[in-house]
Design a protein around this ligand. Structure first.
Ligand code: NDP
Length: 284
């Protein structure tokens, strides 16, 4: 039986601490202020943006949403980012992805000031992450690392296998796990035989976005399984892992929902506070 890694409870615990940090900042006259730019009407994005706003408000962070029409020109998005970069009351900026096709996402992300880059997706922050000189970490990856640490998992010398190589999950998580001396493999759609790699995993992370991708025959006995996937199947939210059959083989496993999802939102707020502190010269 796999021990359930309760991301929701851990996120709530962290949120209580964060609330106190926010109160301290406010007592010094500092109002943490976070801007989210959402372009277009992707329904999942709108839900994510609202979830973040609720979480921000619950810990005392001001979150402003810039909801732009899907026809918004790239120039106008860049001009908005320039304005927010220059505004001293703004501590964090993020662009909700995906963006409409006419928007060059790399150009838009690069425009965000690295000092206000909540998602850690500007080239300089990605570079710093791989140089083990982090300024800010992508929230999902940071949350997974903290969850493993919370449950006493030591990555040193372990085989970590990550399915998915996106800039927001797979790659930053690989950098963070490598830094903890895990031996990291990143799998993707061109990987020939997934299970050949997954069976070697002491820690298996799936961030592919495909329901039932990870089945029990792909997992070694006693593995730690982290399910990042969010999939909607017959009106239900499920991960990438066939939970019922994998859970008995795993030593630890995250559920969906209630695993990685709540951590992402919590750690996003933690990045906002980290950037707010730095902007005000407050040491961690
Ligand atoms: P992307 O679509 O950007 O990346 C998916 C990655 O998975 C790609 O690298 C892709 O390979 C790989 N992949 C997809 N299917 C397979 C497969 N069958 N075999 C091997 N590799 C595969 O997604 P994201 O990283 O943005 O998100 C991944 C999942 O995690 C989604 O379900 C998303 O909703 C969820 N998510 C959940 C979060 C949370 O808080 N719980 C936060 C962020 C994301 P290739 O590169 O070759 O295309």
């Amino acid at each position: 039986m796999g021990k359930i890694l309760d991301g929701k409870a851990f996120a709530n615990l962290r949120a209580e601490k964060l609330k106190k940090q926010v109160e301290k900042l406010k007592a010094q006259g500092i109002e943490p202020y976070f801007c989210v730019i959402n372009i277009g009407d992707n329904s999942a994005s709108k839900v994510y943006v609202r979830t973040k706003k609720r979480r921000a408000e619950s810990v005392g962070i001001i979150q402003k949403i810039y909801q732009l029409p899907k026809t918004e020109s790239e120039e106008d998005v860049l001009a908005l980012i320039d304005k927010l970069n220059a505004d001293p009351k703004v501590h964090g900026i993020m662009v909700q992805l995906p963006a409409p096709e006419h928007i060059n996402v790399n150009r838009v992300l690069e425009r965000i000031s690295p000092e206000k880059d909540v998602d850690g997706l500007t080239p300089s922050n990605i570079g710093r992450l791989w140089q083990e000189n982090h300024f800010v970490e992508p929230a999902t990856a940071d949350g997974i690392m903290a969850l493993l640490d919370h449950y006493g998992v030591d990555l040193e010398g372990k085989n970590a296998v990550i399915i998915g190589r996106s800039n927001i999950v797979g790659k930053p998580l690989a950098a963070l796990m490598l830094e903890k001396n895990a031996t990291v493999s990143i799998l993707h759609l061109a990987t020939k035989n997934l299970s050949e790699y997954t069976k070697m995993a002491d820690i298996l992370v799936s961030a592919a976005g495909q329901a039932n991708l990870v089945t029990k025959d792909m997992v070694k006995d006693g593995a730690i399984v982290i399910d990042v996937g969010i999939n909607h199947v017959n009106g239900h939210l499920v991960g990438d892992v066939a939970f019922d059959e994998v859970e008995p083989k795993a030593s630890m496993i995250t559920p969906v929902p209630g695993g990685v999802g709540p951590l992402t939102v919590e750690f996003l707020m933690e990045q906002v506070i980290k950037l707010t502190r730095r902007a005000n010269g407050i040491r961690e």
